[in-house]
Design a protein around this ligand. Structure first.
Ligand SMILES: Cc1cc2nc3c(=O)[nH]c(=O)nc-3n(C[C@H](O)[C@H](O)[C@H](O)COP(=O)(O)OP(=O)(O)OC[C@H]3O[C@@H](n4cnc5c(N)ncnc54)[C@H](O)[C@@H]3O)c2cc1C
Length: 449
């Protein structure tokens, strides 16, 4: 019997909520529109965008004040906040440009509806930064297309009414004053395409999404950090428990400070074991279609985890399916069966938004783009930010557990404050040492996708 595990956990139990179904329940009609070998588009084909002027260098310096490994949104934000606090970072990225890996295949979305206080605080700070991004960066030309259509979590289960009521009350107590508890009628009044079966939901208008590739390039440009592209860090060198440099495929750099921000690859590079697992997550982008309401929020089926949002006249669909740990690769191989689940099964997006059943027959590999990426997941679904235990000079900024677009501005500001000793380790809820022996087990984030 195969179970679908849904990661939207009831706050009151802390237990995994399981939707019991055997595999036959999720077997959908034969896929006819899609061929299994869909082309992999690594990055959204955006209209040509000039991302400002990242200061790329072509020769690796012999020494650096601080080396950042990885040029996704996390590495780029790290460069910005370290530079703003007076450091002189060298950012090393193996890809040909910044933010072409996990960041580029994400859903690019931001929400403050979480269960844990530190996650609410982190996402709230990040969202404020994205709302005032030009001022934060001091760059009036940067465009990240912040779209605040909101996030709607909705359930068809009567039993979830109390769960949602408690969740919204807690979020409001924790400072998210504008999250609303909506019954089914109110949801259908605001979003008339939604299913008559919906019983309860929570909605926050200010949640939304951005162009995170543009945000990463904006951070890197504003940092004025030296950026070495097309260069792979092979190892972080240490002597006597202290960082001494990095070895790359183009030579070595001496430094006594390294920030590891290599997303799913961080685990391979860290000289200590990292408490992370890599989970595959799929995403489907649907080309513009008049039948897809562009005023829709990010809409999450709280009973299955299937979710979608408008995207440039079309839509972006994703799903939190159970996955087991895997190795970091690029590109990440897709499972074509996922398309049946999200589009054609009775647990996919049609359950809450029935109009998808009208659209589905017209989808094919010409008008969609199917990608997969990896979540870097920690045991409590909170990032690892701060000193790497036992290695002097090594800092971690990774493990965002599916929330790196929304978490990294605040997380990287925190990292820079830790480096500058403006924040004490005891005041850091994301201290990588929190899973060590003798520490209190951390509280697990329950509203994860
Ligand atoms: C389908 C999907 C949907 C998602 N949706 C959301 C969402 O809506 N909101 C949200 O907040 N998060 C979302 N996420 C998670 C988010 O994408 C990640 O948390 C975030 O992109 C992590 O950024 P990163 O910079 O750590 O990783 P990456 O973007 O992967 O960047 C790491 C970089 O390190 C580089 N690197 C690796 N090894 C080396 C090396 N040895 N030398 C040099 N460079 C190296 C890589 O080339 C890469 O560019 C989603 C993820 C997926 C897969």
């Amino acid at each position: 019997m195969r179970k679908l595990v849904v990661n939207l956990l009831p706050e009151n139990t802390g237990a995994l909520k399981r939707v019991s179904t055997d595999s036959t329940d999720v077997t959908a009609p034969e896929c006819t529109s899609f061929s299994p070998g869909l082309p992999i588009h690594l990055v959204d084909p955006v209209p040509f965008q000039e991302f400002g002027h990242v200061r790329t260098i072509t020769e690796l310096p012999a020494q650096a004040d601080v080396v950042i490994v990885g040029g996704g949104i996390v590495g780029a934000a790290t460069a910005f906040f370290l530079a703003r606090s007076g450091r002189d970072p060298l950012l090393i990225e193996q890809g040909p440009e910044l933010a072409t890996r996990t960041t580029s295949v994400s859903a690019h979305a931001i929400r403050c509806q979480f269960s844990e206080p530190e996650n609410i605080a982190q996402m709230s700070e990040s969202l404020r930064m994205y709302e005032t991004f030009r001022d934060v960066l001091g760059d009036a030309s940067v465009q990240i297309d912040l779209t605040q259509n909101g996030y709607l979590f909705a359930s068809t289960e009567e039993a979830d009414v109390d769960v949602f009521r408690a969740r919204v009350a807690r979020q409001q107590e924790l400072g998210v004053g504008d999250v609303e508890l909506l019954d089914g009628d109110e949801i259908r009044f605001r979003f008339p395409w939604m299913s008559p079966d919906i019983r309860i939901g929570s909605f926050r208008r200010a949640d939304g999404w951005i162009d995170s590739v543009a945000a990463a390039n904006g951070f890197a440009t504003a940092s004025d950090a030296s950026v070495m592209l097309g260069t792979s860090v092979r190892s972080i060198e240490t002597a006597g428990g202290m960082v001494t440099g990095v070895q790359t495929d183009r030579g070595s750099v001496q430094t006594n400070m390294v920030v590891l921000a290599a997303g799913p690859w961080s685990r391979n590079l860290a000289p200590i074991p990292l408490p992370v697992a890599l989970w595959r997550r799929h995403r489907l982008i649907v080309d513009p279609d008049d039948r897809i309401p562009q005023s829709a929020p990010m809409t999450i089926d709280a009973n299955t985890g299937a979710h979608w949002r408008p995207h440039r006249g079309g839509a972006l669909l994703a799903w939190a399916q159970p996955e087991t740990d895997r190795e970091a690769t690029w590109p990440v191989e897709q499972d074509p069966a996922w398309l049946d689940l999200i589009l054609r099964s009775d647990r996919g997006v049609t359950r809450l938004a029935p109009f998808w059943s009208d659209i589905e027959p017209s989808l094919n590999d010409q008008n969609t783009r199917f990608t997969a990426g990896l979540y870097t997941v920690t045991p409590d679904h909170k990032p690892l930010i701060g000193k790497a235990p036992g290695v002097e000079g090594l800092f971690l900024n990774t493990g965002y557990s599916g929330h790196g677009i929304m978490g990294s501005p605040s997380g990287s500001r925190l990292l820079a404050d830790i480096v500058a000793r403006r924040v004490d380790e005891d005041d850091n809820p994301f201290d990588p040492a929190r899973f060590g022996a003798g520490t209190r087990p951390p509280d697990v984030e329950k509203i994860v996708l």
